[in-house]
Design a protein around this ligand. Sequence first.
Ligand SMILES: Nc1nc2c(c(=O)[nH]1)N[C@H]1C(S)=C(S)[C@@H](COP(=O)(O)O)O[C@H]1N2
Ligand SMILES: [Mo]
Length: 221
Amino acid sequence: MTDPSDAPPPESKLTRTKQSWAQEGRFLTGRHSRPESERLPPGQHLVRDWPVLDLGLHPGVSQERWRLQINGAVENPTIWDWERFAAQPQAEETSDIHCVTTWSRYDNRWTGVSTHEIVAAVRPKPEAAFVALSSYDGYTTNLTLEDFTARDAMVVHSWDGRPLSKEHGGPVRLVVPHLYFWKSAKWLRGIEFRTKDDPGYWEMRGYHNRGDPWAEERYSD
Ligand SMILES: Nc1nc2c(c(=O)[nH]1)N[C@H]1C(S)=C(S)[C@@H](COP(=O)(O)O)O[C@H]1N2
Ligand SMILES: [Mo]
């Protein structure tokens, strides 16, 4: 009998296949290189129209009256009016919407200000790790600073090249495409950088604190 430790472990069709998978990086899904067949998160279905979902208040906020307060654990708190907001560098991103009520809508073209510009303008202190969003209808939601500053997260004023309609959160809403859409506050009024996390409206009512559609983080445990 030979000592099994002397011999290399046997090769088989399976081990060779698995080795080639490792070389190819098979099954690795990066958020921005997901194949088309995996574009729809688990449990979601595709819609062509764009449903309206909110608390039902639809506050009327004109561009003239709209203000965005950006404060909290930052070096340079500020309040932007429409003119200041419009003077920021403008970005355009096309992304998918995934609502926790199971509809998804592909290819929404957003125009607005990248959350990176907001961070650059107010300079969060080192201890800031969370962001609390508040809206003109009294809605709130919470994010980690990391999720808030995702590459394609932005504060938008236009959808498909047209001003965002009132029912979809105009004049200005947040869009954080990699999380369920309840994190994307409509009628955005305040962005507070925080050292501690605090659950928002839906997070206090049984919804997940983070809301990653790919991990089906719909509800809290
Ligand atoms: N201010 C505010 N933002 C909100 C909500 C809300 O009630 N108030 N609802 C959230 C939920 S649950 C969803 S699914 C999306 C819906 O956005 P839509 O109506 O543009 O599709 O907005 C999110 N942002
Ligand atoms: Mo929602």
